[in-house]
Design a binder for this molecule. Structure first.
Ligand SMILES: [Zn+2]
Length: 400
């Protein structure tokens, strides 16, 4: 124990990760946090159901168990809940201080900070992961804003943090009812998700099945699995609600990196599953026509053609511009085909369409008042043809 003390007590935490509450390793950690806990709560999350148990200690330590295995240990630096104290970080991580910046932590842990898309930086140390949380808006490189350190057995870049099980915005969206398969009331859950989306607390991923289409697509029996993905405004986790033909519905929370790699089956033509109103609605949507890899997408809406052309500038700007083809461009496409579109896309790129002097600047629908809607519509229309779709298919092939 003396050796541990000299290097900090972090190994006591790392040993407890993944262990049941009755294990010696967790017993040792609980002793270090000083008994008894000042707050204990138990909840259920997701489907299939996960039992979440949290123990908060007066010392500022906290243990989160999922189905009786330690899923996270939190070191709160400031008093939280019923705890009257915060931890002394140097006690756990030798060489660190409570006002540590990200670089200070890297030095103390002798490990570089790693990053993942849409996730806070984290450290990988001896089989566990440490993720610092700073005050909102506090620069990580500056001292003084550290609030807590979360230690997990799973990579926080890929697995949503158990801490967020407590998110007030999204923790109660799943409607349980034992009368239904898997204990999930699908229609009530869809209603709950829809009303939260309507007030802006959740954002639907346009490249997945829309919430409004989830039930009709599932009922049609045309798809093995139908999944909607929604991002929580507060905790940024992504809820994946999945209805499968041969198994019970699932509902769980993911990081962006994990959600984006989940399988996405192509959606059959709306005429095969939508009602009359939905079919009419689809006529007004953008439809994929063709694309050139990392170059352009051609889309149509009724008689109109739209070109989404990618452009970049000095490695700083990498974006795309969307124009509706005018009459002469449509005519040139009819005679010149894909070659014409590649030429046009190249001209658009060379014109620096992010500058007003470009003739495409004023035509860029992404810059117009409906820009956000256009981006969402284009993403949805091209979802099966992007590099991400390709990556996902390759990953699925490798698993087969
Ligand atoms: Zn949330």
């Amino acid at each position: 124990m003396k050796r541990r003390r000299r290097h900090g007590w972090l190994p006591v935490i790392l040993n407890a990760l993944g262990q049941p509450e009755t294990s010696t390793a967790v017993g040792e950690l609980v002793d270090a946090f000083e008994l008894p806990p000042v707050e204990i709560w138990e909840k259920t999350a997701g489907a299939p159901v996960r039992q979440v148990r949290r123990l908060l200690f007066d010392s500022g330590g906290e243990i989160v168990l999922h189905n009786d295995a330690v899923a996270a240990v939190l070191l709160h630096l400031l008093p939280t809940g019923n705890a009257t104290r915060g931890v002394h970080l140097a006690h756990w991580i030798a060489g660190s201080r409570n006002d540590a910046s990200l670089d200070d932590l890297a030095k103390a842990l002798r490990s570089p900070a790693r990053t993942a898309p849409e996730a806070m930086p984290y450290f990988s140390v001896d089989g566990g992961y440490l993720q610092p949380t700073f005050k909102p808006g506090h620069p990580w490189r500056k001292k003084g804003g550290l609030l807590r350190v979360t230690i997990t057995p799973t990579n926080p870049g890929r697995t949503a943090l158990p801490k967020d099980d407590d998110c007030p915005t999204c923790r109660r969206l799943l409607v349980r009812n034992d009368d239904f398969r898997g204990g999930v009331d699908v229609d009530a859950t869809i209603r709950e998700l829809t009303s939260n989306q309507a007030v802006g607390l959740l954002t639907e991923d346009a490249t997945r099945v829309r919430l409004a289409d989830l039930r009709p697509l599932y009922d049609s029996g045309l798809m093995e699995r139908v999944e909607s993905q929604l991002t929580c405004k507060s905790c940024k986790r992504i809820i994946c609600f999945t209805l499968a033909r041969d198994s019970a519905p699932t509902f769980d929370y993911y990081t962006w990196s994990a959600a984006v790699m989940r399988p996405r089956d192509p959606i059959p033509p709306v005429e095969q599953w939508g009602d009359a109103a939905r079919i009419v609605q689809a006529e007004d949507e953008l439809h994929y026509v063709d694309h050139a890899r990392s170059g352009w997408f051609l889309l149509s809406r009724r008689a109109d053609l739209y070109l989404d052309a990618r452009y970049s500038y000095s490695g700083i700007i990498d974006d795309s511009v969307l124009i509706r083809l005018d009459e002469s461009e449509c005519e040139a496409y009819r005679t010149g085909g894909r070659d014409y579109l590649s030429d046009l896309a190249m001209r658009m790129h060379n014109s620096s369409p992010f500058q007003e002097k470009s003739p495409y600047y004023a035509r860029d629908l992404y810059r117009g008042p409906d820009g956000t809607r256009y981006r969402r519509e284009v993403s949805a229309a091209v979802a099966d043809h992007t590099w991400m779709a390709e990556r996902r298919r390759n990953a699925a092939d490798r698993q087969r």
